[in-house]
Write a protein that binds this ligand. Structure first.
Ligand SMILES: [Zn+2]
Ligand SMILES: [Zn+2]
Length: 159
């Protein structure tokens, strides 16, 4: 059984930017940093880290927005929705905003970052919590644990 039910389609608020995901995600997360609070206009951002070869923009031409730094944040040029990011030094993956998926009801953040900056009431069901970010040495274990236990479109672990 394909527990991921790929491919997934998604897009921005107005529909002028659309994308397709054809590879299983490596990790799901919530980021509580104040930068994500600003860009998401909310308490935290939600991400699915997807292998770059499994992500394609199918409609539109997203533009760089946000901080305009080494980590590139891509937005729809018309509605300005924050659709995905290309994090600095991680060319092998794309961080797609989970709520941009047409079907995202199954999404659960597996890890959460930057809880040191979170709003006092903000909470997620993430099973790994970090005041800042995980150590580089922890990533292999995290990816393995995610692959084994993650919520998927066929199994929502928080439900
Ligand atoms: Zn749009
Ligand atoms: Zn953040």
């Amino acid at each position: 059984m394909d527990k991921w039910k790929l491919p997934w389609l998604g897009g921005c608020r107005c529909g002028e930017t659309r994308f397709r995901i054809s590879a299983p995600p490596l990790l799901s997360s919530a980021c509580h940093c104040t930068g994500c609070q600003r860009m998401s206009a909310s308490a935290f951002s939600l991400s699915l880290a997807v292998p770059v070869e499994g992500f394609s923009v199918t409609v539109g031409e997203p533009v760089i927005g946000g901080i305009h730094g080494a980590t590139r944040h891509y937005f729809c040029p018309r509605c300005k929705s924050w659709v995905f990011s290309r994090p600095e030094g991680m060319d092998e993956l794309v961080n797609v905003r989970a709520t941009m998926l047409d079907d995202h009801g199954w999404f659960v953040p597996f890890i959460e970052f930057w809880t040191s900056e979170k709003l006092p009431w903000a909470a997620t069901p993430a099973v790994h919590s970090y005041a800042r970010e995980p150590e580089e040495s922890e990533f292999d274990g995290l990816l393995r644990h995610y692959a084994e236990t993650a919520a998927t479109p066929t199994l929502n672990r928080a439900a």
